[in-house]
Write a protein of this length. Structure first.
Length: 399
């Protein structure tokens, strides 16, 4: 099968969307499928993947690690359009409703190729990154989202919570729930002890772990406030793995709380070592309320870490509450109570760790890609039965 991915966020960007696209493409290619990835270009970054097509990009957002493609300014754009037609793709899979996602939808429509879109993000929660006003940004975001919902032959929701959001926006959207899979092999042979030694953690210290983007939408202030009393009264440390715009503000918050010597910020790390950092932790603590699926929670569970997670959106669906962790209300007291229980009870930690490892196969990327290929085949068959002229028509709302 020949598949085109259109990604407005792709490596070297470090976020869940880029990870999802990369992981899925790797598994598809391992089965003999051809995946061409259209993505923004990064300064001083060269791909070792010949099947990545890069577009000239600049910065429309306050977050400097998110370049935005300018296809009309890119000399490669005409060649990319020609490549698209020559490849005769079986399916187009977009991972964004914006610039490159929109181009993918346009090319799919006018070349009679089935269009699949993964609704990775609650986009309106990220309007603060735009250089435009929040009101203008939200209006633009919702216009792009509704447009893509109308054009897509199938919309993948990473969780049931996201599917409910989609149905509120467009009840007729052809949705299917399909979370992103995890590469279980990367956790084999991980070396958490090496990381603990590097960071100076004592063997008898309990390490609370956060892995993810350091950004406002991750609710990091809540996390620090909830854990501060425990860090002051227990033999515990907090390890925050990841980079982003909130690193310095979190450092300052930790300093003001008097816990700066109990919190370690790594910044961006080598992706090849992420499994070692998961292995270094004892308890995974995650407070974000905007996750569409909680990919880092799934990874933590696959690493055998009991989790304490705020009960919100897609993050709640990854966890078996009271089995491999605790799903708690969004209050600092309840979050702190759950973490304290795990810190104080090593046997409970061990029990939940075992349950997390038992459940790991349900997150395997092989299983998820099996389901994705079934979805592709179904959509291809559905589109083959459609009238090509009807696919070119815009609906009555002008999308």
């Amino acid at each position: 099968m020949k598949i085109a991915f259109f990604c407005d966020a792709y490596v070297p960007t470090k976020n869940g969307v880029a990870t999802s696209a990369l992981t899925t493409a790797q598994e598809l290619r391992s089965r003999g499928h051809r995946v061409i990835i259209f993505a923004p270009r990064f300064t001083d970054y060269e791909d070792d993947d010949p099947d990545v097509v890069r577009f000239v990009a600049g910065h429309w957002f306050k977050a400097r690690d998110y370049p935005v493609a300018f296809p009309v300014l890119s000399r490669i754009a005409p060649r990319s359009a020609l490549l698209f037609r020559q490849m005769k793709f079986d399916v187009v899979h977009t991972h964004s409703p914006f610039v490159l996602g929109g181009i993918g939808a346009h090319w799919a429509r006018y070349n009679f190729v089935p269009l699949v879109w993964t609704f990775h993000t609650l986009y309106h929660h990220y309007a603060h990154y735009s250089i435009a006003s929040p009101r203008t940004s939200r209006a633009y975001i919702m216009w792009r989202v509704r447009s893509m919902l109308h054009k897509s032959d199938r919309v993948i929701a990473p969780s049931h919570a996201v599917e409910r959001v989609i149905k509120k926006l467009f009840p007729e959207a052809p949705t299917q729930v399909l979370p992103t899979g995890v590469n279980l092999q990367k956790f084999a042979g991980s070396d958490g002890e090496a990381v603990r030694r590097e960071l100076g953690f004592a063997p008898d210290e309990t390490v609370l772990l956060y892995v993810g983007r350091m950004a406002p939408e991750k609710n990091l202030g809540f996390l620090l406030r909830a854990l501060a009393p425990l860090l002051k009264t227990r033999r515990a440390k907090l390890l925050m793995v990841g980079g982003g715009p909130s690193v310095e503000s979190c450092r300052e918050m930790a300093r003001k709380m008097g816990i700066e010597h109990r919190v370690t910020f790594t910044g961006f790390i080598d992706p090849q070592r992420i499994a070692d950092y998961y292995a270094a932790g004892d308890i995974f603590a995650f407070a974000s309320r905007t996750e569409t699926q909680g990919l880092s929670i799934a990874e933590a569970l696959c690493a055998g870490k009991p989790c304490v997670v705020v009960n919100a959106m897609g993050a709640a669906e990854a966890l078996e509450s009271d089995g491999d962790g605790f799903l708690v209300p969004a209050t600092e007291a309840r979050f702190r109570e759950a973490c304290a229980r795990l810190i104080d009870d090593p046997q409970l930690r061990q029990k939940m760790s075992g349950r997390a490892r038992e459940r790991a196969p349900i997150f395997a990327r092989e299983k998820r890609v099996d389901e994705l290929l079934d979805l592709y085949e179904t959509v291809i068959e559905e589109v083959a039965r459609q009238n090509p002229i009807e696919r070119l028509k815009f609906n009555k709302n002008g999308f």
